[in-house]
Design a binder for this molecule. Structure first.
Ligand code: GLA
Length: 382
């Protein structure tokens, strides 16, 4: 991160502390170390088949409360204050485990083995053709019929003086949903007193395989009381990957300039959405050096003063404006999720990369380690 970026980060943290703390002295480095509220609590969430599923509540000193379940690695809730000090939930989801199991459009989940689409569920690797499960029209989406969002992960709670977290692991078998190789996947969520949720995703394989793993949180900084069209969005990307009717990339990498795709300098989500057929559901090419952890997106709601900054090491970001939400899902607290009532900023490798020679490599080979980090940073601007 550059110096400009660092000072902006520091300023945001200061603003947050001023608005989110009861004591003006709180938020110094000493306070972090002596933290008494940086906690993790485990509770029973229900059963998936015969497996017990837990819900973990991570809390920091500034009143950020994040709930994560080991079913699908789902972030079920993120509570943060608004500019008046009122706490609210800024992500979509359900109250009960069974609702996630029965019908969830990937709310808050870890998606994989390959996030987003692989055309016709087919790819060729080292001269061999592989056929994957088809679950989205003619295509393979988010790992198939039973992706990583629908399995129970092993969970270990972690805590040190600086952060509290949850380490999730899953063994994906050779042949699962058609993918080659046994894949060991580890996701580490960690919340600290800088109001950051850090998400580290790691994987290793015993055969070459496509891998693309990301978190699929739907944000609504107005607690899903209205749509997200009035949220301000900045995307640090000057290019994107255009798609065909089935949302498969055409292979082109196009500039966003002078089009409704351009969020470089920040504007409201709804300002030009009418010009984008079906709404936003596109992969943005992030402006960065490969593998560098850098600022990818800023989502800000002027009404509540809530802001989320996303940093990532990943090369792309799928901006999905909740186009398939249609009012048929009633989520937490009885709120009805209508079209555009949530948006996703999925940091990832580009969709359909195994079939797109011009895209960054998304094949993991034995002996290599997949390791990608994304950070959500929460701020209140008064
Ligand atoms: C991603 C995809 C969308 C949709 C959502 C889940 O964002 O790009 O097309 O599948 O996930 O509904």
């Amino acid at each position: 991160m550059g110096a400009k970026c660092n000072s902006f980060l520091l300023l945001s943290i200061l603003i947050f502390f001023q608005s989110g703390c009861n004591n003006p002295g709180e938020g110094t480095g000493k306070e972090y170390q002596d933290s008494v509220k940086l906690t993790i609590m485990k509770s029973y969430f229900g059963k998936s088949g015969n497996q017990d599923v837990s819900l973990y509540t991570l809390t920091n000193d500034n009143g950020i409360v994040i709930k994560i379940t080991n079913y699908g690695g789902i972030i079920t809730s993120i509570l943060m204050p608004d500019k008046k000090g009122k706490t609210g939930d800024i992500v979509l989801g359900y109250d009960n485990l069974n609702q996630y199991i029965e019908n969830s459009p990937y709310f808050g989940a870890i998606v994989g083995r390959y996030a987003n689409r692989i055309a016709k569920g087919r790819f060729t690797l080292d001269g061999r053709i592989y056929e994957l499960a088809i679950n989205d029209g003619d295509h393979h989406l988010h790992g198939g019929i039973k992706g990583f969002d629908k399995v129970v992960w092993d969970a270990i709670e972690t805590k040190d003086s600086a952060q509290v977290g949850l380490s999730l692991s899953y063994h994906s078998k050779d042949g699962e949903e058609g993918y080659p190789g046994n894949l060991e996947v580890k996701v580490t969520y960690a919340l600290n007193n800088n109001n950051e949720l850090r998400i580290l995703i790691e994987a290793e394989t015993d055969k070459p395989t496509p891998v693309n793993l990301c978190n699929h949180t739907y944000f609504n900084l107005r607690e899903a009381d209205t749509s997200v069209l009035g949220h301000m969005l900045t995307l640090f990307a000057d290019k994107y990957t255009p798609v065909d009717e089935g949302l498969i990339p055409t292979g082109k990498i196009a500039p966003v300039s002078n089009s409704a795709m351009d969020f470089k300098t920040g504007r409201s989500v709804g300002s030009q959405i009418g010009q984008v057929k079906g709404g936003y559901d596109h992969n943005y090419v992030l402006q960065k050096n490969p593998g560098e952890l850098s600022l990818a997106a800023i989502l800000y709601d002027p009404e509540t003063g809530r802001e989320v900054k996303l940093y990532t090491t990943q090369p792309g970001l799928q901006f999905y404006s909740g186009n398939f939400l249609d009012g048929t899902i009633t989520g937490k607290g009885g709120k009805v999720y209508r079209k555009h009532y949530g948006l996703c900023l999925e940091t990832q490798h580009f969709p359909d990369s195994p079939n797109q020679p011009g895209f960054p490599n998304a094949i993991l080979r034995p002996g290599e380690k997949f390791s990608e980090e994304t950070v959500f940073q929460f701020t209140v601007i008064k």
